[in-house]
Design a binder for this molecule. Structure first.
Ligand code: GLA
Length: 373
């Protein structure tokens, strides 16, 4: 059933609008967004759709096709729990007192680290922007979603996921300067080069992840203060900076500064039409995340190593880390070899069977036509 049909059944009325916003993978530029750095994500074919009508009484009625039971009725923002916080947070950040009826349908693989929460924030922000005539730009909608996640949900994420969901373009990656918020859609024509970006979902998420994310962010902010810069983006003399730091902070700075350079190098290769050469940068990013930033996990490392053994041109963990997914750049005729290699490596260790998805870059948030396309 389409999300619009589900709305009709649930609320016995026509939805006033239907929007869809996608999840994302990040090609490169990991843990750089909250350091005012560079990222290069793109939107993936899985996302969240929302059929929405406005109300006037401040009540939010919310139904998800992924949960059983009747719609949840929220009369005060503080009542929101679990996944509804990502929706209600957007209303709260807008200071909205009108409310709405919403039906939500998501198809982002659960737990794969493909930013279903950002997709949810962006789809709600986009629908409310239209319904209430707010005149927000896609970047302002992304910032609204980030604020909901930071201030309402309490996860201190950067802007990458929401920006990817709001601003991506089919066939392109999104180059984003997280300080100026300037962005550019960079062509990523994988098929023309006989390539694919394979998502390897490890199906594992290590629970300490959320506290560790905040801790990494705090390490970076503390290092920036010691170095006398606004953000690690501003470190130019890496050797000089490292000589002033020790322990974890030293390692975090090494990662962030080199990762920003890797984003720029990768953009340079794409611009030169040398997409087949980006693999080495993906590999270097993974090692840096594993050894310097310490956000990988055994399942991610094995996914990357087995992908490379199977013939991938490069591979790395993607997203926050501690589980979720890795990506591998693979020639089309090697995809089954790579999948087999990863599957075997997991089976040997007695791990859950990994899942594989083909990551083609799709459009960011958009209004869905009446036919439900
Ligand atoms: C999570 C956050 C993003 C970003 C990545 C790491 O996905 O939501 O803002 O920091 O981790 O690059």
């Amino acid at each position: 059933m389409s999300v619009a049909d589900a709305f009709r059944v649930t609320f016995q009325a026509e939805p006033q609008t239907v929007w869809r916003a996608p999840g994302r993978v990040n090609l490169i530029g990991e843990h750089t967004d909250y350091n005012d750095g560079f990222v290069l994500p793109f939107a993936v074919p899985w996302g969240v759709s929302a059929a929405v009508s406005p109300r006037t009484d401040g009540v939010i009625r919310l139904h998800s096709l992924q949960s059983d039971g009747p719609p949840v009725t929220i009369e005060a923002h503080e009542q929101a729990q679990g996944w509804t916080r990502y929706v209600v947070g957007v209303f709260a950040m807008l200071g909205d007192t009108r409310g709405a009826d919403l039906v939500i349908d998501g198809d982002v693989p659960r737990g794969a680290g493909l930013s279903s929460s950002a997709a949810l924030e962006v789809v709600v922000g986009s629908a409310l922007n239209e319904l209430y005539g707010l005149g927000l730009t896609p970047m302002e909608i992304a910032l609204l979603g980030q604020k909901a996640e930071n201030d309402f949900v309490g996860m201190p994420c950067g802007i990458m996921d929401q920006a990817a969901s709001a601003l991506s373009k089919e066939g392109h990656a999104l180059f984003l300067d997280c300080r100026s918020l300037g962005s550019r859609n960079v062509p990523l024509d994988l098929a023309a080069h006989g390539l694919r970006i394979l998502i390897v979902d490890t199906r594992v998420h290590h629970e300490l992840a959320d506290g560790q994310y905040a801790k990494r962010r705090a390490d970076c902010e503390s290092a920036a203060r010691k170095l006398g810069v606004d953000a690690l983006r501003d470190v130019e003399d890496l050797a000089g900076a490292l000589s002033q730091l020790q322990g974890d902070e030293r390692k975090r700075v090494q990662h962030v500064v080199t990762e920003n350079h890797r984003v720029e190098a990768l953009i340079g290769l794409l611009r030169a039409g040398a997409i087949t050469e980006i693999g080495a940068l993906l590999n270097a990013s993974h090692l840096s995340l594993r050894d310097q930033y310490e956000v990988s996990s055994p399942e991610l490392d094995v996914a990357v190593e087995a992908s490379l053994r199977g013939g991938a041109r490069g591979a790395r963990m993607t997203g926050g880390g501690f589980g979720g997914s890795a990506i591998a750049l693979v020639a089309e005729d090697r995809v089954s070899d790579v999948e087999l290699s990863v599957r075997n490596a997991y089976a040997e260790r007695g791990w859950l069977e990994p899942r594989f998805f083909n990551a083609t870059p799709v459009d960011g948030a958009h209004k869905v036509t009446a036919q439900g396309s």
